[in-house]
Design a protein around this ligand. Sequence first.
Ligand SMILES: [Zn+2]
Length: 206
Amino acid sequence: MSRQRIEAQRGCAFVMSRGETLRVIDPSGEQVADFIAFARADVGEWLSSGRTFDYNNTIYLTAGHVLYSNRSRPLLTITADTVGRHDFLYTPCSQETFDLLYKVEGHHPSCLENLATNLRPFGIGIDQIPTTFNIFMNVEIGSEGTLSILPPSSKAGDYLEMRAETDLVVGLTACSAEMSNNYRLKPIDFELSTDRPAERDTAKSR
Ligand SMILES: [Zn+2]
C-alpha cells in the first residue's frame, strides 16, 4: 500500500491482518502519533500497557519487543525503530487534558476524540479506548518518579514498524497536544505492507 497521511490534529482507523506490517513515519520530525489496537474477532481484547510492561520488563519499548493484549496474547511485534524512545504511560490527550491540565477555553482537538470518532464504525466506544502506545512521545522520568514531557527525539523521516500477530482493528492519530510536539502540530504518515520477503521467496519457488 502506498503512503497515507494523517493531517495535523486528525486521526484514522483501519484493519490489519495477521502478518501485515504498519510503518508509522514522522514526516517532519518532533511529532507524536498515538496508536491503539483491538482484536478484530473480539474488541473486548485490547492493547494493554500493563501487560506489555509485565512481559517485557521495561517501559521503553523498541524493536524486538512484543505488545500484549489485556488477555496476555501478542497483538503486535515491533520490527524496526529508528528513534528508540516512545511512551506507553500517558493516555491519549482528551478534551479533559486541555481543560484540566492546559486550561484551554472551549473545544480543542484531541487524540481521544479522533480515535473515538474513527473507531466508532468498528463498534468501539470512547470508554473502551485504553492507554495508547504514544509513538515518538518523549517522556523523561525523574528519580522521584516525576514525569516530564520533552520534544520528541524523532527527526524527519524517522519511523517505527509493527507486525500484526493477529487480525486487528487499529487507530492512529497525529497528536493534538502542543507540548508533546514541541509546540508545532504536524502530520503523521503511515504505510501498511503485506510485502514479506520470506513469503515472496516461498511463492517464487513453488
Ligand atoms: Zn494527543
